[in-house]
Design a protein around this ligand. Structure first.
Ligand code: NOJ
Length: 521
């Protein structure tokens, strides 16, 4: 394989591109992205210089939550294509040196999943119901007062009077992980995809799959029982060559977080602490220090993430008065200075890519897309909108289909009408427009990813004393990264050659909100 993906521990320093399939590229003109579209654009990803792609769920799904409501874990949603096409994708990506990571959703299924349909039909007390959390209510109400993460109660009543638990939407019933059948089923799902050549699995909501229903308080986050489950998963992944497990683990407590990354559990987990950090020097430095202090002792590589399909686009977020991210507050619609946000997002990209470990790029981040905040209400698809009683618009704003070429929507994404409307202003942000511009965000990402492959990735860093306002460190290769988060320009080192800067330099000075990579003399 070309690229740096031929080593068994390829994942330690990999650049992983997140493909939100429904919005990447549409191959059949129905307005929804699909495998045909993705396969036709694989050369774009190879040119970008990524080592792997992670695809959001591609399984048959009623799409109550963008595919995180899985009706069949061993097949492909017909709107996206077929299993044969998925196998071709995996093979073609491998030919280009790109590995494939799939999303596995163990916490919940779709209410259309065969097991849930069986459970409904079988009735109270049946074994079929034991694969989920069915309970009688208390009085006229649900078994307890737990709330759904999307808003509203976490219980829904079925016609025979029992209630079932769903931490997310009612269309997403939670599996009962105390049931050995559930455990066996997922081990088999892992084998199914590893047998088809996938290189890794991203585990959705990894920390919430074990519950204590007897607790009055919501009691589902980070129960010790999860670890035995992921040890079983690791035994499966270890029985194949170089396959990895990546956890979606949102946990503020880093000691608890680190437990998921012990040598016999997951290989890596997303760094939400860094993703959530404000664009402030002390906050970012603290986050980097905390991340390294968490990972180094257990020998797990850190990950660096700026965005994904659940959070506001960095260009918009970094242009707001409050630049940190908070899932509960979201800050949808808070005014944003997009020019400032774009400058910071460019600097943030060079920071994230220079840090030791692996890095994630969410599709469209490399184009500097902004959050789309004016999607007409009748087109909003995210269940958060309904579940919040129309108070939270949710995550569609970062899921708008990519602009590829041309001067008006659908910008080469489809020949039909995109499932979410694209802003007309994206004409300057198409791949085509940015490829022709050496100063574009796309050109910055391409150059940075190429340099990163040669000079960065896994390893260590040494902090450099550069004052409170500047994040400054040297990597093992001699590459020095400086990010000026202060208001005033700062002097550049007198020696060394500039490899890349996120914005124009001011003579010998590094302007505010600008990052630079320098190779030491
Ligand atoms: C996390 C996923 O990233 C998000 O998109 C989804 O809604 C929830 N898990 C539930 O599956």
């Amino acid at each position: 394989m070309p690229g740096n993906t031929s080593t068994p521990e390829w994942w330690r320093g990999a650049a992983i591109y997140q493909v939100y399939l429904r919005s990447f590229a549409d191959g059949n003109g129905d307005g929804t992205g699909d495998l045909a579209g993705l396969r036709s654009r694989l050369p774009y990803l190879a040119d970008l210089g990524v080592d792997a792609i992670w695809l959001n769920p591609w399984y048959p799904s009623p799409m109550a939550d963008g595919g995180y409501d899985v009706a069949d874990y061993r097949s492909i949603e017909p709107v996206f294509g077929t299993l044969a096409e998925a196998e071709k994708l995996i093979e073609e990506a491998h030919d280009l040196g790109i590995r494939t990571i799939v999303d596995v959703v163990p916490n919940h299924a779709s209410d259309q999943h065969a097991w849930f349909q069986e459970a409904l039909a079988a009735g109270p007390g049946s074994e079929a119901r034991e694969r989920f959390w069915f309970r009688p209510g208390v009085g006229d109400g649900p078994p307890n007062g737990w709330k759904s993460i999307f808003g509203g109660p976490a219980w829904t009543q079925v016609p025979d009077g029992e209630w079932y638990l769903h931490l997310f939407a009612p269309e997403q019933p939670d599996f009962n992980w105390t049931n050995p059948l559930v455990r066996e089923e997922f081990l088999d799902v892992l084998r199914f995809w590893f047998d088809r050549g996938v290189d890794g699995v991203r585990i959705d909501s990894a920390a919430v799959i074990v519950k204590d229903l007897d607790s009055v308080e919501e009691s589902y986050t980070d129960h010790d029982g999860v670890h035995e489950i992921y040890r079983e998963w690791r035994r499966v992944s270890d029985s194949y060559d170089a396959r990895i497990l990546i956890g979606e683990v949102w946990l503020p407590d880093q000691e608890r977080f680190a437990k998921y990354l012990r040598p016999d559990e997951l290989h890596t987990a997303f760094n939400f602490d860094f993703l959530s950090s404000a664009w402030e020097p002390a906050a970012l430095r603290d986050s980097i220090d905390l991340t390294l202090a968490t990972h180094v002792p257990i020998g797990a590589p850190a990950t660096w993430v700026l965005s994904n399909h659940d959070v506001a686009r960095p260009v918009t977020r970094y242009g707001r008065a409050v630049t940190s991210w908070d899932n509960q507050e979201r800050r949808d619609g808070m005014p944003s200075d997009l020019e400032l946000g774009r400058r910071r997002a460019r600097a943030a990209a060079l920071l994230a890519m220079a840090l030791p470990g692996s890095v994630y790029v969410y599709q469209g981040e490399e184009l500097g897309l902004n959050e789309v905040e004016d999607i007409p209400e009748e087109l909003i698809d995210d269940p958060m909108w309904e579940r919040s009683g129309h108070t939270v618009r949710g995550r569609d704003g970062c899921r708008v289909p990519l602009p590829w070429s041309g001067t008006e929507p659908p910008f080469g994404y489809s020949t039909g009408e995109p499932w979410l409307p694209q802003p007309a202003g994206w004409r300057d942000l198409t791949v085509e427009a940015q490829e022709a511009d050496a100063g574009s965000m796309l050109s910055l990402y391409r150059t940075a990813l190429r340099l990163r492959r040669e000079l960065l990735g896994d390893g260590t860093l040494t902090w450099l004393p550069y004052g409170d306002e500047v994040i400054a460190f040297r990597r093992d290769s001699g590459l020095v990264c400086l990010v000026n988060l202060g208001a005033e320009p700062v002097a550049l080192p007198e020696t060394g050659s500039v490899l890349l800067a996120s914005g124009p330099l001011d003579g010998g000075l590094l302007p505010s909100d600008t990052a630079i990579w320098i190779m030491e003399a």
